[in-house]
Design a protein around this ligand. Structure first.
Ligand code: LLP
Length: 420
């Protein structure tokens, strides 16, 4: 459920008509609903309520906007981060350092040092060498870093190849059959407290079975580690729960996910950690866009050319992803069209031959489910700027990220003297 609904024929975000945001802020613009974010956070927490000890860290990569993080921090969420930049954002949003989990396959020494100095609560180690560097940096500071070992369970998540992370050929985690040895060696290093194991097999999962299989393997590993006399007090189950991108699609609910987790982890006696991203933020945002022109030729579907492009919302171009596309003032008439942006490549296509609300030049529309992996994946390709972001709260809204103009981007460029 989200808060982007038609009221008197006009699409609203909560109580604010999107026409008003377009007038005042311009388009394209990302629009987030605070009520939807809070609702999704609550539903996720409720789904875990039966589990004894839990920790939820929002995967900041899905939506790192500071206002979004502030909302989730107030819901008691920590942060799953993958870079120094994301650590800084989590801290700026007021998240407790101890509630931050530092994931990522290529953490640099600088980032590890910064995380240690910031008091980050858990490091998810992706390979033995990384653990050794972390131990050395921590010991040199007189600190002990709490860490989990991320394992690769070799499970096919059944999602798009580019967002699948738990197969043996993926770059993530240590092979599960080598994990016990690595864990034992890392646990012996001064500066490191190995406290758990972690797994994340991919994103936009439509089925709970692969997760269940991965968690089952993790449970086996926990038993093996304890059998070898090692301590395991934490198990990080990652994120990955999928969301509907098409009206009418049904995905496993957080409640079903929670019930599955309860079943698989019974008797583990660990803190269970979660890193949801998309399921919290995806349907809490839309990308509001204006039709620039409709290009008609005799015997083909027309092109609805909108002012948003692949640089603003990369998912369709990158993954062939579907985003529902709806008029802000639907007339009731329909058309079959190709929805494209203004960028100079054919990849800048949001939909082909799709049945959509009829649109003419100047009319507004939204790409739905754009609250996760939307603005955060933007680029300035074709020397376009970065889109503004707005958050709605009831009948008010605020710009939570300024539009960054092309000239602001080029202001960071320099022509060397020898070219002047
Ligand atoms: N934890 C780890 C270690 C991750 O790598 C990810 C996502 C998450 C948690 C959050 O997963 P979620 O709950 O959002 O599925 N740009 C792609 C998605 C990439 C996901 C990367 N990792 C997209 O637009 O579909």
């Amino acid at each position: 459920m989200d808060h982007f609904q038609l009221v008197d024929g006009v699409l609203h975000a909560e109580q604010v008509p999107l026409t008003r945001i377009a007038e005042e802020v311009g388009t394209p613009v990302y629009v987030y609903s605070r009520a939807t974010l809070e609702r999704h956070a609550r539903v996720f927490k409720d789904a875990l309520a039966a589990l004894p000890r839990t920790h939820v860290a929002f995967a900041i990569k899905a939506n790192p906007n500071l206002a979004v993080l502030k909302v989730l921090a107030s819901q008691g969420f920590g942060a799953d981060v993958v870079s120094g930049g994301e650590i800084a954002r989590a801290l700026a949003a007021g998240m407790a350092p101890g509630d931050i989990v530092f994931s990522g396959v290529g953490k640099t020494r600088d980032e590890l040092g910064y995380a240690l100095d910031s008091g980050v609560g858990q490091f998810n180690i992706e390979l033995e060498e990384e653990g050794a560097v972390l131990a050395e940096l921590a010991a040199a500071r007189g600190l002990t870093a709490s860490a989990a070992l991320r394992v690769n369970p070799d499970v096919d998540a059944g999602t798009h190849d580019k967002i699948s992370t738990g197969k043996a050929e993926n770059k993530f985690g240590v092979p599960i059959d080598r994990a016990a040895g690595i864990y034992a060696r890392l646990a012996a290093l001064p500066g490191l407290e190995m406290r758990g194991v972690a797994v994340h097999i991919g994103s936009q999962l439509a089925d709970l079975a692969p997760l269940e299989s991965a968690f089952g393997k993790l449970g086996g590993l926990i038993a093996d580690l304890r059998g070898a006399g090692l301590t395991v007090s934490h198990a990080d189950l990652g994120g990955g729960l999928g969301v509907p991108y098409k009206a009418g699609e049904v995905f496993p609910s957080p409640a079903e996910y929670g019930a599955m987790v309860a079943r698989v982890t019974r008797g583990w006696d660990t803190v269970l950690m979660f890193e949801p991203g998309r399921v919290i933020a995806g349907n809490a945002g839309v990308l509001l866009t204006r039709t620039i022109r409709v290009k008609r030729s005799s015997n083909r579907d027309p092109f609805v050319i909108v002012d948003a492009a692949m640089n603003d919302l990369a998912r369709p171009a990158l993954y062939g992803a579907w985003h529902d596309f709806d008029a802000v003032r639907p007339s009731g008439r329909r058309m079959t069209a190709n929805v494209v942006g203004p960028i100079c490549e054919t990849g800048d296509t949001f939909a082909m031959g799709r049945d959509i609300d009829a649109l003419e030049a100047g009319e507004l529309a939204v790409f739905r489910t754009a609250g996760a992996y939307g603005a955060t994946m933007a680029s300035s390709y074709n020397s376009r700027g970065f889109v503004a972001e707005v958050m709605v709260d009831g009948d008010k809204f605020a710009v939570v990220a300024d539009r960054i103009l092309p000239e602001e981007i080029s202001a960071a460029e320099r022509v060397p003297e020898w070219l002047a």
